[in-house]
Design a protein around this ligand. Structure first.
Ligand SMILES: NC(=O)c1ccc[n+]([C@@H]2O[C@H](COP(=O)([O-])OP(=O)(O)OC[C@H]3O[C@@H](n4cnc5c(N)ncnc54)[C@H](O)[C@@H]3O)[C@@H](O)[C@H]2O)c1
Length: 256
């Protein structure tokens, strides 16, 4: 079940949080990995690679800024040269920035959209050619519950980007389904990662603690909760699932 042996996956934002957990879930499933992150210095991508190696899979890393098409195109080339195929991409890298609507100028808007929405498209676009040629592919992205069901004050640009990912996934899925490619996203609720622990731009540790009590499942999410969803969507068992947003939020959006 959910075996990814022989598959090759690219993950962006792989040095931390949900991306790192998904790298380990894919490694458990037997996939070879190309792990990408922005400025890996100070991040734990080496630790992820070491753990993947201990699980018996090959994982390599590449420094990639998803704001740069050259970097993203080179990432796909690396996967093809090193492993000879590309089966799965997870466009997961993103940033969250707290900016009041009154201060959300063009630069603040564009900087975030460039990473969180256009960054997803850059990776999907680069992967489409080889996947079409192979007649097989899994395009995956990390959206958010603020992209479809929730609001998040002082994060208008982030919410817009995450909603944009949902639209991108739906329309692309319809277009590339005949090529054997599925396209899906996950909408995480509140997951404890460096992003949410950043009190200046997100909930911080105190906010996370308060949130846990208000959710139907009385905890916030762990990166593994999302990684397991991506493992399913990447697998052969999900071959009839496309254009979907899988909400994994501990029931958070049921009570809002
Ligand atoms: N943590 C949550 O509660 C939550 C909820 C909903 C959605 N998400 C989404 O999950 C995904 C993963 O977030 P996380 O919580 O694990 O955060 P994280 O900050 O731990 O990980 C994000 C990673 O993306 C990388 N990154 C940022 N900008 C980049 C760029 N330009 N190029 C390459 N890499 C870049 C960072 O270096 C970091 O390693 C993001 O898309 C985030 O928006 C998270």
């Amino acid at each position: 079940m959910l075996d990814l042996s022989g598959r090759v996956a690219i993950i962006t934002g792989a040095a931390s949080g949900i991306g790192a957990a998904t790298a380990l879930a894919f490694a458990d499933a037997g996939a070879s990995l190309v792990l990408a992150d922005y400025a890996p210095d100070g991040h734990d991508i080496a630790g992820v690679i070491e753990t993947a190696a201990a699980k018996g899979v090959t994982a390599i890393s590449q420094a990639v800024d998803v704001r740069r098409s050259e970097d993203v195109d080179a990432l796909v080339s690396t996967a093809l040269h090193r492993f000879g195929r590309l089966d799965i991409v997870l466009a997961n890298a993103a940033i969250a920035r707290k900016v009041a609507a009154a201060q959300l100028d063009d630069a603040a808007w564009s900087d975030l959209i460039d990473v969180d929405l256009t960054g997803v498209w850059r990776l999907f676009r680069a992967a489409l050619g080889p996947m079409r040629a192979a007649g097989h592919g899994r395009l995956l992205a990390t959206s958010s519950t603020v992209g479809n069901q929730e609001s998040w004050t002082e994060h208008v640009h982030y919410s817009a980007a995450k909603a944009g990912v949902v639209g991108l996934v739906r329309s692309l899925a319809a277009e590339v389904g005949p090529d054997g490619i599925t396209v899906n996203a996950i909408a995480p609720g509140i997951i404890e990662t460096p992003q949410t622990l950043d009190a200046a731009n997100s909930l911080g540790a105190l906010g996370i603690g308060a949130t846990a009590e208000s959710q139907p499942i009385r905890r916030v999410g762990r990166p593994d909760d999302i990684a397991n969803g991506f493992r399913y969507l990447a697998s052969d068992e999900a071959s009839f699932v496309t254009g979907q947003l899988l909400v994994i939020d501990g029931g958070r959006t049921l009570v809002r």
